[in-house]
Design a protein around this ligand. Structure first.
Ligand SMILES: NC(=O)c1ccc[n+]([C@@H]2O[C@H](COP(=O)([O-])OP(=O)(O)OC[C@H]3O[C@@H](n4cnc5c(N)ncnc54)[C@H](OP(=O)(O)O)[C@@H]3O)[C@@H](O)[C@H]2O)c1
Length: 350
């Protein structure tokens, strides 16, 4: 699976007449729960609304985000995800494929465009509806799997480093949780921005972190980055397992702490309690505190596309599964120890 089946350029003159079926195969969870709630169903192909396009999906990838929407945890998300039953029933926020229909008011994409981006769920199916400004064209030379691994994890890493920490060349970035989806992008994007990178991960992922470009790798099972005494300009925290005072102690006086995540044991609030505590703790500190929820936009996706096309970032893909492997993949996401990205080939279960 290396190339899209439709036109690959936004400026192509050809608009293929695509016959969209009325039903499609999809991985679905009709109730909240762990991976056993996932089933493969035949369901109606969604229709694009205003500002949306319908994409024939070729690939997706799994994220912790999909786990939260499948389990309905923390409960804090239920006003959005549905109180008793999920509103978002198909996992797969990441979407790669070909635009096959345009909703009203879409004038920036055409049928036949090959795009990658973030959907409100739907990647683990054959067709998904996506906001037109939440996708970008796939640059030439970028394969489908790489594009599928990128949107949520790549946007999170990019926005942490560039939008929030405003990382400068030569600065020293600490990545706590360097081995997962977000972490593997954070290490590579920090290097692409010219930073020096220290990655924190477990023993089995040390070699991978080095291969991705980390200048220093700390194995948290044997060493403690807080006790090592090194100081950083930026700490991107994909785990949230340290006290805020410890995070401050590893930052220079003008350092930036970016909280991507926090402990998830609290079923009601999830990482929010940790994040509020950390924000309060940084209030009087010289270092700044940043927390955000990554959001898709065309500019950032296009920038990520350039990083992929130039080879400065190569998504680390642990394995590729079919729609029938999604339950197993989601079970792995639920462990909190997924290595890099699990890509879903949406075409492999016909
Ligand atoms: N704020 C946002 O917008 C946003 C967006 C995306 C994701 N997130 C959150 O960010 C977190 C990371 O996402 P992800 O997609 O990268 O998750 P993931 O793919 O499941 O990866 C989690 C990684 O955390 C590492 N890890 C676990 N315990 C660790 C520890 N004590 N020290 C260092 N590393 C540890 C694991 O590596 P080892 O196996 O080596 O321990 C694993 O590779 C998740 O909690 C997710 O919910 C937030």
């Amino acid at each position: 699976m290396t190339a899209l089946s439709a036109n690959h350029t936004a400026d192509s003159e050809t608009e293929p007449a695509d016959i969209v079926p009325t039903t499609m195969r999809a991985v679905v969870h009709r109730r909240y729960g762990t991976a056993e709630v996932l089933e493969i169903e035949e369901m109606a192909v969604p229709e694009p609304g205003s500002g949306q396009v319908l994409v024939r999906v070729e690939a997706s990838s799994l994220n912790a985000l999909d786990w939260h929407f499948m389990t309905g945890t923390p409960w804090l998300i239920r006003p959005t995800s549905g109180f008793l039953r999920p509103k978002r029933v198909v996992p797969g926020a990441d979407v790669v494929g070909t635009v096959v229909a345009l909703g009203p008011d879409v004038d920036d994409l055409r049928v036949g465009d090959a795009v990658f981006g973030e959907s409100p769920g739907g990647g683990c199916s054959h067709y998904a509806v996506v906001a037109s400004d939440h996708v970008a064209p796939i640059p030439h030379g970028v394969d489908v799997q790489a594009a599928a691994a990128t949107p949520v994890a790549g946007l999170t890493a990019l926005q942490a480093l560039r939008t929030h920490a405003k990382t400068q060349p030569g600065e020293h970035v600490l990545v706590n949780g360097a081995a997962g989806g977000v972490g593997t992008f954070t290490v590579q994007i920090a290097k692409a921005l010219g930073a020096e990178v220290t990655a924190v991960c477990s023993t089995r992922n040390v070699e991978m972190a080095r291969r991705l470009g980390a200048d220093t790798v700390i194995d948290y099972t044997t060493d403690d980055f807080v006790e090592q005494g090194a100081r950083f300009d930026v700490m991107v925290d994909n785990v949230g397992n340290r006290k805020p005072a410890e995070c401050k102690s590893v930052l220079h006086p003008a350092g930036r702490y970016v909280a991507i995540s926090g402990p998830k044991k609290n079923q009601l609030l999830g990482p929010v309690a940790y994040i509020v505590r950390a924000a309060l703790s940084f209030r009087r500190a010289s270092q700044s505190f940043h927390q955000f929820t990554a959001s898709a936009n065309r500019d950032d996706l296009s920038y990520l596309g350039e990083l992929l096309a130039s080879g400065r970032v190569t998504p680390e893909i642990q394995r590729t599964i079919g729609l029938d492997g999604v339950a197993e993949g989601m079970a792995e996401i639920g462990t909190g120890h997924t290595r890099a990205k699990i890509v879903v080939d949406a075409l492999s279960y016909e």
